[in-house]
Ligand binder design. Structure first.
Ligand code: GLU
Length: 593
């Protein structure tokens, strides 16, 4: 979804319309203040795409909670205010720096395929199902991982229980939030398919139309669902009363009689939900110019691809290059790393991912030799991460494949940090904007379509690491990232954007670490994404001319990503979100001084 709203103007509009729209409702209870994209201060920090979520995180920090408590509170609030991007019907990846131990931990909250799902699940009569039909279906819904992620994070590292952490989100769901242009636009863009499901139409198309900008949107069903989870724990969803309802929704989507949409049922059963776990995974790690960069391991390709590209870039002094040469190297390193991602990365519990080799300096050196004065023709072939490297004499391993997956602006990333130095980078999603379009009846949340992140057919001659499989997790691009300097966290970032997540995180890191930008500048700077495709997609203000002279070709992309991040300085925190993209994000600190 794209948005061109102006947040400052919106705040004023919302405050006025609110009075008209809510009648006797207590207007003072609904947040109307503007959000700010940059906040500097002490005591803790939160950066999200949304003012309500940032306020929830700050509230928890002010009450003595830590970064993990704040992250769960903010994420749960995003489930209310950004229900088309994230929620308990989806999944995500949680990266955590623990100040007490100096360790980085990650939780893999990726959705799983049902145990009865085989490699041909998205093929009918020898042909892949049309992508749009696969999205809006029961078939695309993976077992949600977000509730298990929250429970795991709080149990292991939090100071609050679920009831406390969900409290701010329950309050927002009950009192409502002011509908902004992005929410209205996202609803309108989904209106046709939302109208096809009784449960979704009832919640998101009240009176048959998208909620108006400035009106107050409440989600009491979700408040009640959060209360149930707060009371019974997340097992309510995996083995309790919600489990049967999710299975029923997936197996018999609640379509409106006479809908013209083809809506396939899904395979999920109670046993799939009961079997779900959100395991801890070793983070990926690379060193980059003396810093330690930690990211998300498979089933995400985020950590391995950002890490490989950084290793490739580290073979030159990017900061000493001209801006054009620096960007040329960024684009070429991205393409090379994507070639390897597409060829080798999938769910490492199911396929053999050569992660150590993909992240080795020797492999990076071999790959870096392919960067010449001019742009290489794309797609570039994948390399051979086999432990035998020949610097500057590379032997291509076969034909290249391009990314083959999306670049939506669904998904959301939040970053939190506390006064003790704990830091969380957390990216969560329901995949497409609006997920699979199906609300679990009377429960207030959408299901994901994460299983469309699998490749539907094998384009790699039997070698595709990302085909569907029983219990398998589809490959992700989510790349929540934490950077340490001598054991201390200095930076945490992440973004939505499908496979552009990887290049946006990489570009923000290069902007900040190599090109001398501040974190807010690094996030605001124009973006380009080269995912091993013929053309580079670039935002309108990205400088192209000198790169075109080197052979790069460009295609327009009006808006790439919606990043948030926190920098930890000797003086405190710089929290940063988007100033413009997706309507602008919301940064806050506990004490602005
Ligand atoms: N499902 C995508 C992934 O895991 C994220 C979707 C998006 O950011 O638009 O990579």
């Amino acid at each position: 979804m794209r948005s061109s709203r102006q947040p400052a103007a919106l705040g004023a509009l919302a405050a006025v319309v609110l009075v008209l729209a809510t009648g006797t409702a207590p207007a003072a209870a609904v947040r109307t203040e503007d959000k700010v994209p940059v906040a500097v201060g002490t005591g803790g920090a939160v950066a999200t795409v949304d003012a309500e979520a940032t306020a929830a995180g700050l509230q928890v920090l002010r009450r003595g909670g830590n970064a993990v408590d704040a992250a769960v509170a903010a994420a749960a609030t995003l489930g209310v205010t950004e229900p088309y991007s994230a929620g308990i019907g989806g999944g995500g990846f949680f990266v955590y720096f623990d100040a007490a131990t100096g360790q980085v931990h990650t939780i893999d909250g990726r959705e799983t395929a049902p145990l009865t799902m085989g490699p041909d699940a998205f093929v009918e009569d020898g042909a892949p199902i049309p992508f749009g039909e696969a999205v809006t279906s029961g078939l695309s819904a993976g077992v949600p991982g977000t509730p298990a992620t929250w429970a795991t994070a709080l149990e292991r590292w939090g100071t609050m229980n679920l009831r406390q952490a969900l409290h701010p989100a329950i309050a927002v769901a009950r009192r409502g939030f002011v509908v902004d242009q992005t929410f209205a636009d996202q609803t309108a863009a989904n209106a046709d398919r939302f109208a096809a499901f009784t449960s979704t139409a009832e919640l998101f198309l009240p009176g048959g139309a998208p909620p108006e900008v400035g009106s107050v949107f409440r989600n009491r069903d979700l408040a009640d669902t959060y209360r149930l989870i707060a009371k019974d724990g997340v097992q309510a969803l995996y083995t309790g009363e919600l489990a049967q309802e999710i299975v029923d929704t997936v197996q018999s989507p609640p379509t409106v009689p006479g809908t013209t949409l083809t809506v396939r049922p899904g395979l999920m059963q109670l046993g799939d939900l009961a079997a779900y776990t959100a395991p801890l995974r070793e983070p990926t790690h690379v060193s980059y110019r003396g810093l330690d960069v930690y990211g998300m391991a498979p089933p995400s390709s985020g950590g391995s691809t950002v890490g490989e590209a950084l290793n490739i870039l580290e073979t030159v002094d990017v900061g000493a290059l001209s801006r054009t040469q620096a960007l040329h190297h960024y684009l070429e390193a991205s393409a090379l790393a994507f070639a390897d991602r597409n060829r080798y990365v999938g769910d490492s519990d199911v396929v053999d991912v050569p992660l150590g080799e993909l992240l080795s300096d020797d492999f990076a050196a071999e790959r870096a030799c392919l960067i010449g004065e001019a742009a290489a023709p794309k797609p570039v072939p994948a390399g051979s991460p086999d432990g035998e490297y020949a610097p500057c004499d590379p032997a291509p391993a076969g034909p290249g494949t391009d990314a083959g997956d999306g670049e939506g602006l669904s998904t959301t990333h939040l970053t939190t940090a506390d006064r003790w130095g704990n830091v969380v980078a957390y990216t969560l999603t329901i995949e497409s904007t609006g997920g699979n379009g199906i609300v679990v009846p009377d429960r207030g949340f959408l299901l994901n379509n994460e299983l469309t992140d699998f490749n539907f057919t094998d384009g790699q001659g039997g070698a595709d690491p990302n085909l569907p499989g029983p219990g398998k997790r589809p490959r992700s691009s989510m790349a929540p990232t934490i950077v340490l300097d001598d054991g201390r966290p200095v930076l945490a970032v992440g973004t939505p954007g499908g496979s552009t997540i990887i290049t946006t995180v990489l570009q923000v890191l290069v902007n900040r670490l190599d090109l001398g930008m501040t974190l807010p500048e690094a996030i605001a700077a124009p973006r380009a994404t080269q995912r091993n495709t013929a053309s580079v997609q670039a935002e309108p203000t990205f400088p192209r001319t000198d790169l075109e002279a080197l052979g790069h070709t460009f295609a327009d992309n009006p808006e790439i990503g919606a990043a948030t991040g926190i920098e930890l300085t000797p003086d405190g925190f710089v929290a940063a979100a988007e100033p413009v993209r997706r309507g602008g994000g919301s940064a806050g600190v506990v004490d602005a001084g």
